[in-house]
Design a protein around this ligand. Structure first.
Ligand code: PLP
Length: 452
């Protein structure tokens, strides 16, 4: 971006139709040679370069990015300290294969994770390259540690698209259609979404949706299809991400912890999207004061470099050489990016996520009172969901309106992305400022008005 680092723009600058002529050529080539299975939204961003919260496309249009490459660029695009850490490391050692050889980076990051993850220390870490691989590791580890093979997961969850994690994933039919029988023995439970409580009063008692879900597991599953002594793990997102940015209600994760303790089941918390400062604490689990047996991390930990980690209690991760490994997982360059990312998060960005997130949420709450079509504003830190409905009386989901708003934002230079059936997610870089929020909210307001 020509003027970006020294003098970032204050507002988006849209100079061509979208996509512009250069963008169109790339999209055509993409359609010819690249898999059509990527779930790309209706708007088409063809990125050329990015810095901080600003993304420039191949036609010179500049966008304010409130999605961060789907909750990945936690420190902002191309943070100069992260770029330097990557460059320095690339000059020293790019790859050695940590499965067969040693280098200092692996224990360094694993020790750092031991200090910050919501798992009782001492922990051990297995390194991978993506979220889905971190989840695969967790599944194998839980089976290995318990000698059991059943899992409990939640509807509307997203844990990845490789066959093991796909057995858990259940946020859209397209993710599973064509792939037949699920690879693992997984039973799904409705997620305790407080805005759309899926449980009846008898299930909930006076404990709300959280109690409904816990009772479902204990009173239905355990007593019918899924005896607890056959369950290896319960896999849960502390905040459902792809499923609609739905935070777990109070008491739910602790209830799962109790059930797992009672029956020797592994509590696996997937923090791939909600971790690394996104919710205004280092991990979403920290809001609930709960510790998992196994935690999955990816996305924001590498500021854009591919790295996933599965961190588990050391006494659980006692499998033998050969049980699980990855050629590229935990490569030195990715770890250098991760260590710098964590330093920046601890040095102020987690705090910024909490403060600017509260400011953004307050602004969105105001829009909720202005527009009958905003049914719910929810979330913590800079992980905020806005759910669109036909009106506040019916609360009927309005997915087409959501899609129109997403496009109207893009046309005005604001990148936001849908999630779930009818929600928009706000997952900007954690360097977002209040001034950026003011600009983003002004555009969002205009886009909603233009889309009704
Ligand atoms: N788990 C969660 C909670 C996610 O949000 C995602 C991706 O969106 C994944 C796992 C899978 O991560 P990846 O796409 O890196 O495989």
């Amino acid at each position: 971006m020509s003027s970006s680092v020294l003098a970032p723009p204050r507002r988006p600058e849209i100079k061509t139709e979208l996509p512009g002529p250069n963008g169109k050529k790339i999209i055509e080539a993409d359609a010819k040679f690249v898999t059509p299975s990527y779930p790309r939204p209706d708007f088409k961003l063809v990125a050329e370069r990015a810095s901080g919260v600003w993304v420039e496309d191949v036609d010179g249009n500049i966008f304010l990015d409130c999605n961060a490459g789907v909750a990945v660029c936690s420190t902002g695009h191309c943070h100069p300290d992260v770029v330097k850490a990557i460059q320095d490391q690339a000059e020293q050692l790019i790859h050695m294969c940590g499965t067969d050889y040693y280098y200092r980076h692996m224990p360094q990051l694993a020790e750092k994770l031991d200090a910050i993850v919501p798992v009782q220390s001492p922990t051990k870490t297995h390194f991978a390259n993506s979220g889905t691989e971190a989840v695969e590791t967790a599944l194998k580890l839980a089976m290995h540690a318990t000698g059991r093979d059943k899992f409990i997961a939640f509807f509307n969850s997203f844990h990845g698209r490789t066959l093991g994690s796909l057995s858990l994933t259940s946020s859209k039919a397209a993710q599973r259609r064509g792939f037949k029988r699920q690879a693992l023995d997984v039973v799904h439970v409705p997620y305790p979404n407080e805005f759309r409580n899926p449980f009846n009063e008898a299930d909930c008692g006076d404990g709300g949706a959280a109690q409904g879900a816990l009772n479902w597991i204990e009173e239905r599953l355990f007593k019918t299809t899924t005896p607890p002594d056959e369950v290896a793990g319960i896999v849960v997102e502390a905040v459902q991400g792809e499923g609609g940015y739905v935070p777990a209600p109070k008491g739910f994760l602790q209830g799962l912890r109790r059930i797992c303790d009672q029956h020797g089941i592994m509590l696996i918390i997937d923090e791939v999207q909600s971790g690394m400062g996104r919710t205004g604490k280092m991990f979403a689990s920290d809001h609930y004061d709960v510790q998992a047996d196994i935690v999955c991390i990816a996305k924001g930990i590498g500021s854009g470099l591919p790295i996933g980690a599965c961190v588990a209690r050391a006494d659980i991760m006692d499998w033998k050489p050969g049980a699980h490994a990855s050629t590229f997982g935990g490569n030195p360059v990715c770890i250098a990016a991760a260590l710098k990312t964590i330093e920046l998060l601890e040095g102020g960005l987690v705090q910024n996520s909490a403060e600017v997130g509260a400011y953004l949420k307050a602004g969105l709450e105001k829009l909720k009172t202005k527009y009958d079509c905003i049914g719910d504003v929810r979330g913590m830190g800079l992980m905020i969901g806005v759910e669109f409905v036909e009106n506040k009386t019916s609360l009927k989901p309005a997915p087409e309106l959501r899609d129109r708003i997403e496009i109207a934002c893009f046309d005005r230079g604001l990148i936001i992305l849908g999630c779930g059936n009818n929600a928009i997610r706000w997952s900007p870089p954690l360097i977002l400022t209040k001034e950026n929020v003011d600009v983003a909210l002004e555009i969002f307001d205009e886009a909603i008005a233009a889309s009704l």
